[in-house]
Write a protein that binds this ligand. Structure first.
Ligand SMILES: [Zn+2]
Length: 508
């Protein structure tokens, strides 16, 4: 089993994503689960972050980037001089990294507008430049076993070029006129050769058809047309094309009314030259589509990446929901194309086991609360896989159902405990309410009693007030009388004084 770990040497990254810190991390997308294995081939896959860091690990350092021919048109500009001066201090840092340093940002600001534009353009171009061919192959080396037959063939040719042109990157090599010319010629020869062979085989099939009834001849012609379509299809790999074409003629033979030896027919069909993507077509495509070095490594990285795969195709009413999605590596996803699973499984029987393993991993993550939103995934997906594979893949989810049952039982227990708790609380609160009601009644009786006691006191108060008012009047009368008497006394004194005075005057 191949193990992918592009960042094994980067301790910080490893600690953040994997290892002992893992339990803290929660996922909402199965593609992000670390060390997820392909549901088909069973190999490890890159998460999207890992794919990015894998691609970035191929980026050329600034020194190498500046040496690249893509930079030729800048070679005599001040921008080139500027980047060269930065690169001399840290030649292994990429241009983008050099320009992200604050100090260098400040330096860049002091330059003219034209130069700044050139620098940015060069930074952009440098992102498409990877390390040179030998280093490129060296970095890809540990993933070599992972690639399928066609990509391995391409890598073999690339390896040869890395030895022949060790000072160039692959984009440079593929764009060399002699290289492109060579592969175009080979591809042309191949095409001519397989075309000729194809024409010959179809001619034999026509001869074979002459022995058939007109109806059977017509269905053989239909099979030929369909076979031609499969041969011309770019998506299918050679073994799959062979399988599809074989099925077409077997179907025809089964339905034919004319008696003939199926073996004889299949012998002719077997001669059909099925071709897939070759190193030649890959190199021509890279060159004609102006692929950068980064495009080339991205092409290989995509094969290693975890990708969504709708198990029941959307074209066959497969829902676009996560319960219809499994995870395949890019290589297997590409290989599966849009083939129905019952057919594809003939070429990937290991999928029956590997999909179960992927399921087990997903289930473990759900059980530990590390995968959110996938609770129904195993149950619904099991049905979809069964239907989509014509009952060929029967996933075992007994353990998960047991787990769900246990969880449901616990939930019932929890809610029942809560009910008892709530019941107790209701009882205790209503007891308290009765107590208070009792007290209110007591207090009301006391109020009534006090009201009764108050009534006579109020009457007495009124009486007392009445008496008081009468006494007040009496007091006023008495006061008036006193005043009158006082007046009289004053008067009397005055009279006496006058008399006394008169009497004294008389004696004189
Ligand atoms: Zn795979």
């Amino acid at each position: 089993m191949l193990t992918i770990n592009p960042v094994a040497n980067n301790r910080n990254y490893t600690n953040l994503s994997f290892g002992i810190f893992l339990p803290k991390k929660v996922f909402t997308d199965i593609r992000d689960i670390p060390r997820m294995k392909c549901g088909c081939c069973g190999d490890d896959m890159f998460t999207s972050d890992e794919t990015k860091s894998f691609i970035n690990s191929f980026a050329a350092g600034s020194k190498r980037a500046l040496e690249n021919s893509a930079m030729d048109r800048f070679r005599s500009t001040p921008a080139f001089e500027f980047l060269k001066s930065l690169s001399e201090i840290r030649p292994k840092d990429t241009i983008a990294k050099l320009l992200s340093v604050d100090e260098n940002k400040a330096k860049l600001k002091t330059l003219g507008e034209r130069t700044r534009l050139d620098v940015n353009m060069m930074s952009l171009i440098s992102e498409g430049i990877t390390v040179k061919a030998p280093r490129f192959m060296q970095k890809l080396e540990k993933y070599r076993d992972f690639f399928g037959a066609e990509d391995s063939e391409i890598l073999k040719v690339m390896e040869a070029y890395s030895l022949k042109y060790p000072d160039k990157t692959f984009a440079e090599i593929f764009n060399m006129p002699e290289v492109l010319q060579y592969h175009r010629e080979i591809a042309e020869l191949d095409k001519e050769h397989s075309c000729a062979k194809r024409i010959e085989v179809f001619k034999q099939l026509r001869v074979f058809g002459q022995k058939l009834t007109p109806v059977d001849r017509k269905s053989l012609q239909d099979a030929n047309t369909k076979a031609m379509g499969v041969l011309n299809c770019e998506f299918f790999e050679p073994d799959i094309k062979k399988g599809l074409i074989g099925d077409l003629y077997k179907d025809f033979a089964r339905g034919a009314k004319t008696h003939f030896w199926r073996k004889n027919l299949m012998k002719i069909v077997d001669e059909l030259p099925v071709t897939g993507r070759t190193a030649d077509s890959f190199i021509i495509h890279c060159s004609e589509s102006k692929k950068t070095d980064k495009d080339i490594i991205t092409y290989f990285a995509k094969s290693l990446q975890a990708t969504y795969e709708h198990f029941i195709p959307r074209s066959k009413e497969g829902a676009d929901i996560k319960e219809n999605i499994i995870i395949l590596c890019g290589k297997c996803n590409h290989r599966r194309s849009n083939l129905p699973y019952p057919f594809f499984l003939r070429f990937a029987p290991e999928m029956m086991n590997n999909l179960q393993k992927q399921f087990n991993k997903i289930i473990t993550f759900i059980k530990h609360g590390k995968l959110i939103g996938y609770d129904d995934y195993p149950i619904v997906m099991k049905e979809n896989v069964l239907n989509g594979s014509d009952n060929l893949i029967r996933l075992q989810i007994r353990d998960y159902l047991d787990f769900r049952k246990e969880r449901a039982v616990k939930q019932v227990e929890r809610t029942q405990a809560a009910l008892v708790r709530d019941d107790d609380r209701i009882n205790s609160v209503s007891g308290r309410i009765s107590e208070i009601d009792e007290k209110i009644k007591e207090l009301e009786a006391q109020i009534r009693k006090l009201k009764k006691e108050r009534q006579p006191l109020k009457t007495e108060l009124e009486d007392a007030k009445e008496v008081y008012r009468a006494s007040q009047l009496d007091a006023e009368d008495a006061k008036t009388e006193l005043n009158t008497i006082n007046d009289s006394i004053v008067q009397d004194r005055e009279i006496n004084a006058i008399l006394k005075y008169k009497r004294r005057n008389l004696k004189k």
